[in-house]
Design a protein around this ligand. Structure first.
Ligand code: NAP
Ligand code: MG
Length: 496
């Protein structure tokens, strides 16, 4: 407890950046609006943040366009871009404690996760794409006739990045790092619930030496600031991570200016446990897969499919683990289950728990809304068994620490049930049979399949979904080049 109290004190002493970050300077919203960002673990206001409206988005896009056209960025030696990204990674690393505290206070995630997982991943992402900056190259293409034909890879221009609240700084890095490596400029709209680390990130990028306007940060609401960014004729592409419902709108609205969009959306990922798995490992992996990050993880393994013969043992093991990780003060380094990001989100999660009960699933653990130190939005890790594939808790993304366990008979039944979803983001398979593992990996509709592990990510490994989980990939090498550059084919007559 003492450690947590110390961290809270340190955090309270740190100044917060709360204004818009446009063209390398802090500014207020043109219309003068602000909104509150709260700490979900206390329910208290953390900061009053400037609320970007469409006119501020205009300003940010203007700054990004100007920076894009400026030779200081456009003609910058790619190795210099690389050096700036590396320098930013060092600044993030040296401010990792501060940034992790800020993320924890804004989002409610355990400090342990923010500091030990999110921050190192941001640093790795920046370093990976520092290495890409001087490798953005095209091809020479053999064509008929006396011509030299080559394909240039050019930056797109201004990228609009719109991100959710569950991994605020990681999502910012996933989008900003490859976009800048490829020579674009960026307008970043963080989620209204968690704007604070993105603002600090913008400031650190300037400190690293990125020219003014290369990265702009416009906190505000989706329906105003986000929509203005999507509609803006001066924005060349939208990289979006968020819900499927908003993803649909983004795609529709982007069609007016025919800008490319990439959509990383929701999921209801199956985690499939076979009887021949190491059951202890599978229980541990499934528990981490669904409860990590309070279950506010797009790839959460929230549909746990378990082979009949080990079903009861598995459920007992998972319920026992759930009971061992009570919700706690996110700032306490021992806490493994933090605060739900907002009261609205907690109401949503509790609504699903109610629906699970009503629809006849068996509550094996959790299910209760709680407070910590008498305050905050918390729910205990929840396990339902006896879940039928038609129930809402088996079909809809809850985005909370709620596991739905569904039994299956054999491999074919497992494949059918795994794919019985409108989503296709991620999946897990637990088995000691290597043939079965590969067969499942091939058969499941998902952008990522984890075998005997879950929730692994690396900057080099592309991440994204299929079906209603969207399209386009974050991360990766070729995938980043394809996403953040366009190809220009140049023909040169050789006989003239
Ligand atoms: P969300 O409501 O879709 O919001 C995502 C972002 O879009 C926010 O910045 C939001 O702004 C903005 N937005 C809302 N309406 C908009 C509009 N009309 N035009 C443009 N932008 C708009 O999602 P969320 O609740 O923040 O995040 C949870 C969802 O994200 C889950 O469904 C989860 O699965 C998904 N997610 C997916 C991935 C992935 O990689 N596939 C990763 C993380 C999360 P406001 O915050 O101001 O509303
Ligand atoms: Mg907040």
């Amino acid at each position: 407890m003492a450690e947590g109290t110390d961290a809270t004190k340190a955090a309270d002493a740190e100044p917060l950046r709360t204004r818009l970050w446009i063209g390398g300077a802090w500014c207020d919203a043109r219309a003068g609006g602000t909104f509150e960002s709260t700490n979900p673990a206390t329910g208290k206001t953390l900061a009053e943040v400037a609320e970007a409206g469409p006119e501020d988005v205009d300003c940010a896009v203007e700054a990004a366009r100007t920076a894009f056209a400026d030779d200081r960025w456009r003609r910058m030696d790619p190795q210099e871009r690389s050096r700036l990204l590396w320098k930013l990674s060092e600044l993030v690393e040296s401010h990792a404690d501060e940034l992790a505290r800020l993320e924890t206070r804004d989002n409610g995630k355990p400090y342990f996760e923010a500091r030990r997982v999110d921050l190192p991943s941001v640093v790795r992402t920046l370093r990976y794409y520092a290495g890409l900056a001087d490798k953005v190259q095209g091809d020479v293409i053999p064509v008929q006739g006396p011509f030299l034909n080559y394909a240039l890879r050019e930056p797109l221009g201004v990228v609009g990045a719109i991100i959710p609240w569950n991994f605020p700084l990681s999502m910012a890095a996933w989008k900003v790092a490859p976009a800048l490596a490829c020579g674009n400029t960026v307008v970043l709209k963080p989620a209204e619930q968690t704007p604070l680390t993105a603002l600090r990130f913008g400031e650190l990028a300037a400190q690293a030496g990125f020219p003014a306007g290369v990265l702009n940060v416009v906190p505000g609401f989706g329906e105003t600031a986000g929509a203005a960014l999507v509609r803006h004729a001066g924005v060349d592409a939208i990289s979006f991570t968020g819900s499927t419902a908003v993803g649909r709108r983004v795609m529709r609205e982007a069609s007016a200016t025919l800008k490319p969009v990439s959509l990383e959306l929701g999921g209801k990922s199956p985690n499939v446990v076979f009887a021949d798995a190491d059951l202890k490992q599978a229980v541990r992996g499934a528990s981490m897969g669904v409860f990590y990050g309070k279950g506010e993880v797009c790839a959460a393994g929230s549909r746990i499919l378990v082979e009949d013969s080990v079903h009861d043992d598995f459920v007992a093991g998972l319920a026992a683990r759930a009971k061992q990780m009570p919700a706690g003060d996110p700032m306490d380094p021992k806490t493994r289950l933090g605060a739900v990001v907002s009261e609205a989100q907690l109401d949503r999660v509790m609504g699903y728990i109610e629906a699970g009960r009503r629809e006849g699933a068996r509550l094996e653990a959790g299910g209760d809304r709680v407070t910590v130190n008498g305050q905050g939005n918390f729910v205990n890790a929840t396990v339902f068994s006896g879940v039928e594939p038609a129930m809402s808790i088996a079909r809809e993304e809850i985005f909370g620490p709620v596991a739905a366990v569904i039994p299956f008979r054999d491999v074919d039944d497992a494949i059918a049930k795994a794919n019985d979803s409108c989503y296709g983001l991620a999946a897990g398979v637990w088995t000691r049979d290597v043939g079965k593992a590969h067969r499942m990996a091939a058969a499941i509709d998902a952008g990522t399949v984890w075998v005997n592990t879950y929730n692994q990510y690396a900057p080099a490994s592309p991440f994204g979904g299929c079906k209603e989980s969207g399209f386009g990939r974050d991360l990766g090498f070729r995938t980043a080049l394809e996403k953040y550059t366009r190809v220009k084919s140049v023909w040169v007559a050789l006989d003239g």
